[in-house]
Design a protein around this ligand. Structure first.
Ligand code: XMP
Length: 546
């Protein structure tokens, strides 16, 4: 195995017992990780084509995920055969199970023979005198409700294997090697339609692989603090942008815990943040969380550069590049200031709040060409900062899912309101105003948004939705107020529920509450003639208006 680099040397896979998930491109691969992590077992996902010799750590066990291909496809993905020589238990799920059988003998799998989608009941078979193979289904009774989704199926039991579970349609729904710890299931234990799937993962990871259930947040926080201290060393400085959102706040608090004031948080006021947002973020980060923060007032510069722009991408680009201009200036200023302090060194690192779903997205195997996510982050910031100034990236949250970041935040003492805050996009209100952004329109959208969110909070339903805001249509409509005819903007309310922000559904408000919200906005915000509620799902809509 290749030697670990300094950063990798302290990665969680070195400290925590880790299950390796090799991804064959299934839509539900990440749910396997979620199941394991819910059991406090650490797991990492890598593409199925990963060369085992390149691993810098040894997994406690390997799971081969499902995938959309057929093992017979010319371009079918296959695992490095060295996986089978690692000497650790292996569990194949759906395509992963077929991969195991196909490796033993290609005649074991039949293409397109048994399309099966939906619920099935598998009958579990106890193999007499073979406790080591019975372990996979132990405690699960004689029948298990499962979810099947497959095109090909196993038509022959691979040599040396025994049957652990069957359905009328799939005789080999669960298999195990008689002597080696190699298992396969045709169904998907990771989806909620397999209600006892998590127990099967526990059987595999804990009882078969021997993984300890020690992935607990408090240990991870201590581990990360030590890792950051070691990585950054006694003098170097770290700079990072904060927005007041949960990810950047948690990352900033952690850096402060690890290296104190050698971490510099920068909040750029881009003029398109929400009502009182900058003051509130400043107060929370500086006062309550003790973060070394600089606020840059860029509102006028941003708004002047946005003048006349109506095209969404052009607006995004201007906001992104203005942000970088201001941030770079600040980095240079921090570095200069540090030159005069005895214990400080160069700004060497740039903090980024990347989360695991982004990492998965860029690693995931999706057929012959891997999908690279277009990150929504402030466009181009890391690239310009890193190439131009030789900064190295530091991403302390890159192993975590969003709910884990929230738990992390709670343990770092961050207030529940902030921990549960809806995401807010970098380009802010600018992409919630359809068309040109002017100070007047920003002020109107801000006020309407403030009323909308306050009323949602008062109704106690803030946590029932994933994101909500009031946007503004720069077309105007006629209305009557008192005896006068008014001609004002149209406010578009949007509130969605989603788990992954890739798809979303409109939140189902009580109509009475919506009417109250509309009444208050029209009455209290000058310049507004109408209020509408956007009931478009994503797709085809997006969450933001632009
Ligand atoms: P859409 O509008 O694409 O949004 O359905 C999905 C999620 O991404 C956020 N979003 C952004 N975040 N910069 C950001 O930092 C952006 O340019 C951006 N555009 C969308 C959006 O708020 C939602 O959570």
């Amino acid at each position: 195995m290749a030697a670990a680099t300094s950063a990798e040397a302290e990665a969680p896979n070195q400290t925590f017992d880790t299950i390796l998930l090799l991804d064959f491109g299934s839509q539900t691969s990440h749910l396997i990780l979620r199941c394991l992590r819910s059991l406090n077992i650490y797991a990492e996902m890598l593409p199925c084509t990963t060369k085992i010799a390149d691993l810098t750590w040894k997994p406690k066990g390997v799971i081969l995920s499902g995938g959309p291909a057929s093992v017979y496809d010319e371009v079918a993905p296959h695992a490095d055969p060295a996986v089978f020589d690692l000497g650790v238990p292996i569990l194949g799920i759906c395509y992963g199970c077929q991969e195991i059988a196909w490796r033993a003998n290609s005649a074991n799998v039949a293409a397109g023979e048994a399309r099966e989608y939906g619920h099935a009941d598998v009958t579990i078979k106890k193999v007499e005198g073979a406790d080591h193979v019975n372990k996979l289904f132990q405690g699960l009774g004689e029948e298990m409700h499962v979810y099947m989704s497959h095109f090909d199926k196993l038509v022959k039991l691979p040599e040396g294997f025994t049957i652990l579970a069957s359905t009328p349609n799939s005789e080999f729904a669960g298999i195990a090697h008689e002597t080696k710890p190699v298992f396969g299931v045709q169904f998907h234990p990771e989806v909620e339609h397999t209600p006892r799937g998590v127990e099967l993962f526990k059987n595999f990871a804990v009882d078969i692989c021997g993984a300890r259930q020690h992935w607990v947040m408090s240990d991870f926080i201590q581990h990360e603090i030590q890792r950051i201290r070691k990585l950054v060393g006694p003098k170097a400085q770290v700079i990072g942008a904060v927005s007041g959102g949960v990810d950047s706040t948690v990352a900033a608090r952690l850096m402060t815990e690890a290296i104190g004031d050698r971490f510099h948080a920068v909040l750029v006021d881009n003029g398109v943040m929400r009502l009182n947002e900058c003051q509130q973020v400043k107060e929370t980060l500086e006062k309550h969380l003790g973060i070394n923060l600089t606020v840059i007032d860029g509102a006028d510069l941003f708004l002047s550069r946005l003048k006349g722009l109506t095209e969404p991408e052009a607006k995004r680009k201007v906001i992104g590049s203005t942000f970088i201009d201001l941030f770079e200036e600040e980095a240079i200023r921090i570095e200069k200031a540090a030159e005069n302090t005895p214990n400080a060194g160069k700004v060497e690192y740039f903090l980024q709040g990347t989360l695991y779903p982004d990492v998965i997205e860029s690693l995931s195997f999706k057929g012959p060409s891997a999908t690279i996510k277009t990150h929504h982050n402030v466009g181009g910031l890391p690239a310009r900062m890193m190439n131009g100034q030789g900064l190295k990236l530091i991403e302390p949250l890159r192993e975590l899912f969003k709910d884990e970041v929230r738990e992390f935040g709670r343990q770092l003492g961050i207030h529940e309101d902030l921990v549960m805050r809806h995401p807010f996009p970098g380009p802010g209100i600018a992409i919630r105003i359809i068309g040109e952004v002017t100070p007047e329109r920003v002020a109107i959208a801000r006020k309407a948004d403030h009323i909308f969110i306050s009323m949602i909070r008062e109704a106690g339903i803030y946590n029932e939705m994933s994101q909500a805001y009031a946007g503004l249509d720069t077309n105007r409509a006629v209305g009557v107020m008192g005896d006068a005819r008014v001609y004002g903007y149209i406010i578009i309310l949007r509130a969605v529920t989603t788990t992954n922000f890739m798809t979303a559904e409109p939140y189902e408000f009580k109509f009475d509450l919506l009417k109250k919200i509309a009444r208050r906005i029209v009455n209290e915000v000058d310049g507004v003639a109408r209020v509408t509620y956007d009931i478009t799902s994503k797709p085809p809509g997006t969450i933001e208006l632009e």
